[in-house]
Structures are given as C-alpha cells and as structure tokens.
Design a protein around this ligand. Structure first.
Ligand code: PA5
Length: 425
C-alpha cells in the first residue's frame, strides 16, 4: 500500500485539519453503494472479477498478438485510452526487442498524427484493439473505420482475425459490429465508468501486449483494494482525500501532481482525467494539473515558488529506483562535480526531492507526498487502487457525484450539429 505524508501541508490546514468524520461518512456511502452514482461502483471488485472471468483470455489474446504482430494499434479516448498509455509508458517505456509496440490512435482527430502512425506501421504486421464502452465516440469511431480499411487491404478476408473489440457486454454499435463480424471481444463492465476501467480489459489487453505482467497487477490490486477498504484514519485514501479537501476549502484550488520520474508523465494524465472528471462539477472542484521534475523546476518552478498562492502540491515518489547509476569521478574535476562522484543518481534524486519540497513549503505551497515501492507492477497497482479509492471518497466528501460526467456532452452536441450529423440539433 502507498504511504501518505501530509506533514508538509499541516501548517496550511484550516479549521481543525483533515475531517476524518466526513471521510468516514464518504467511505461508508461508497462501500454501501448508497450515494449518487452507485451504479458505477463496480471498480473495487473489478480485479477479483476479471481474475475469475476474462484474465486468461486477455493473456491468450495478447500472446497471439505478440507472436504474430510487430504493432498493436489501440484505438480509444479518455477512459478508454489513458490508463493503458499511463501503464505502458510507466512500466515499459523502452520496449524490448520481443515486445510488440503499442501505438495509440483515436485519441484526437489530427490527420498528421494519424498519418504518422500509418507510416510507423509501414509493411509490418499489425493488430487493432478498438476500445469504446459506448461504441459511438466520434474520435475512435473515425480512426477505427480507417484502420479497418487498412486491415482489409493488408489481410483481405482474414482482416477480422486482427480485430479485438473491448466494449459494452450487450449494447452499442461496436458490440453489434463485433458480433456480426466475429471479432474477439472483451467487456467494459456496466458498473465501471471509463476512467475507473484501467484494471479491466480496457487497460489489461494493451498492457499484456506490451509485455507487462498483468496477472501480477491483478493479484496485487485484489490485495490493495482489500487493504483500502479499512475504515480507519490509517487508511491512506482517507488521509489524502481529507487533506486535499481541507486545503481546497482554504482556497487551494489547484493540485499539482509532481513526480521526479519522467516515465510517470502519462500516469499523471490518467490521474488528471480521474480527478478532473470525477470532481469538477456543480461549480466546484480541485483543478488537477501536473508537473514533471526536475524539468519543470526550470519552467513552472518560478510560479510554484512565488506565484499566486492557490496551489497545493502532491509529490509521487518511490522508495527505490530499479537500477543504480553512479556519478563518475573525473581527475581534473573541471566541471566541479566531484563532490557527487561515486554517489548514486537515485540517492541524489531523493535529496533533491527533499530540497524541492522544503523550498515549496517555505514559499507557501502545502506539500503532500505519496510513496510507492518501486516502478514495477506492484507499484503501479498500488497507485491505481489508491488513487481510485481516494477519488471516490474525496468526491463524496465534496458533495458531488464522482461517477458521472454530464459536462462532456456539451461540446459533442455542438460538434454533431456543426458537422451535420443526421438528427443532431
Ligand atoms: O471516463 C469516461 O467515461 C470517458 O472518458 C470515456 O471513457 C470516453 O469519453 C470514451 O468513451 P467510450 O469508451 O464510450 O468511447
């Protein structure tokens, strides 16, 4: 389980500090499925369910894809995209020679981006995993039409064997197409919203194709959700949810998620969707933003240190790096770096993390830390389960329904009208 330390935020708390009574109430509503959006509370049970249903088939499909294709094109957007990308960039940033490369399409409409993917595929064998719960989202639907045509050109009558559809169990255009064409299908469960679906086939099939040990992730996630179900002030999900809600009520409107590992970048994008879509509604909500250190200390660092005091900062850190790297000694010491010679970059990084937190706290930014073990399957699962549980609790604490997203429909309505979709108003 991750550890939360909010001592760097304590001086900024208002009232009597994090409201654990409210956290307990929110957690009770969540666990008892008695609050708004209760129909979408299948995610804490998802790891167990997937282990007992689709996991073996997901791994078999991934092995089939890995054995025959150099590329898997994953088509999806939002919750049908960010979890898989977050996991792969985090755990498999540099694919091994045997790994099938995973490329992402359908997360926008830019033709140049699409053409780049098509050129990257070139003459190589490829498979497609189209992911859409509704089956009607425009961006992935358009991309899928294009990649389906490419598969037909390349594989003719065998094109259907190269399509894997992850969608609703019963409804939607994609489900009908999958049934009609015999595509191997996986399920986005009814009671799991897109942004909570990374531990279903939505995230697991692309991850397994990338060479990630998804069984290890699921086994760990089962234990993590069990541990996070405890009704206690020791529960890190309570600590994080209660601390950030307290800071928000004191005027800290923006939360910066920071990490010193650049491979965390897409995990931060996943986190932004999880928290932004869950909490930003009814005219309230912490705005989730992210920074990548140390790079952003040389750009956003100025604002964090001295800009408007509306920020809170949450640093994701790891107990240990996966590999050591010592700073070499240099006889001339012309660059003056010999004071670091022989020291491990991971150890230096930890010192810098502390230095940055100390500076930001003294500059008036409340800082919390979330510590996971390592950047491996267990570390990933512990972060995902923790952030999901804390998000549900935090959302209920703020009084919103953390499981709907009515605001995302507004642009779609305009878009369909302006594009001339039949029946659009
Ligand atoms: O979290 C959500 O519900 C959204 O981000 C959806 O996942 C996203 O809009 C894609 O929807 P769909 O999977 O239906 O194509």
């Amino acid at each position: 389980m991750v550890k939360v330390d909010y001592s760097g935020a304590a001086a900024f708390f208002s009232g009597s500090g994090p409201d654990y009574a409210l956290a307990k109430q929110a957690h009770t509503i969540l666990a008892g499925r008695t609050g708004a959006g209760a129909d979408f509370l299948g995610w804490p049970e998802l790891p167990k369910k997937i282990r007992d249903t689709e996991l073996d088939r997901i791994i078999e499909a991934a092995e089939k894809i890995r054995s025959r294709s150099k590329i898997l094109v994953v088509i999806g957007i939002g919750g049908s995209y960010l979890g898989a990308r977050g996991a792969i960039e985090f755990l498999r940033p540099a694919p091994a020679a045997a790994d099938t490369k995973v490329l992402f399409a359908g997360n926008g409409l830019n033709p140049d981006y699409l053409n780049d993917i098509i050129s990257q595929i070139g003459e190589q064998d490829f498979d497609v995993n189209v992911i859409s719960k509704s089956g009607t989202t425009l961006e992935p639907a358009v991309s899928f039409r294009i990649f389906r045509d490419l598969l037909k050109e390349k594989y003719g009558t065998r094109a259907d064997e190269h399509i894997f559809a992850t969608t609703d169990a019963r409804r939607g255009v994609l489900k009908s197409l999958a049934d009609a064409n015999g595509w191997e299908s996986f399920v986005v469960p009814d009671d799991v919203g897109g942004r909570y679906s990374v531990l279903s086939a939505v995230g697991l099939l692309p991850m397994a194709v990338a060479g990630i040990d998804v069984r290890r992730i699921i086994n760990c996630a089962i234990a993590e959700f069990e541990a996070l179900s405890v009704m206690s002030e020791e529960n890190p999900a309570w600590q994080y949810a209660a601390a950030r809600q307290n800071l928000y009520s004191g005027g800290r409107k923006i939360e910066l998620l920071a990490c010193f590992d650049p491979r965390f970048r897409w995990m931060a994008e996943w986190w932004k969707q999880l928290y932004g879509e869950s909490e930003g509604k009814d005219g309230i909500g912490i705005y989730p933003a992210s920074v990548e250190f140390t790079a952003d200390l040389h750009s956003m660092g100025q604002y964090i240190q001295e800009g408007e005091r509306i920020l809170m900062e949450t640093l994701v850190r790891f107990d240990e790096c996966l590999s050591p790297f010592q700073v070499p000694a240099d006889e001339s010491n012309a660059d003056g770096l010999n004071y670091l010679a022989g020291r491990d970059l991971g150890e230096i990084g930890h010192v810098v993390e502390n230095a940055v937190m100390e500076a930001h706290i003294s500059g008036g930014v409340p800082c919390m830390t979330i510590t996971a073990g390592r950047r491996d399957e267990e570390g990933f699962a512990s972060l995902v389960c923790f952030f999901e549980m804390a998000c549900g609790i935090s959302g209920y604490m703020s009084g919103v329904n953390p499981f709907n997203q009515p605001g995302v429909e507004a642009y779609k309505k305009n878009m369909f009208r302006m594009l001339g979709k039949p029946g659009a108003i």
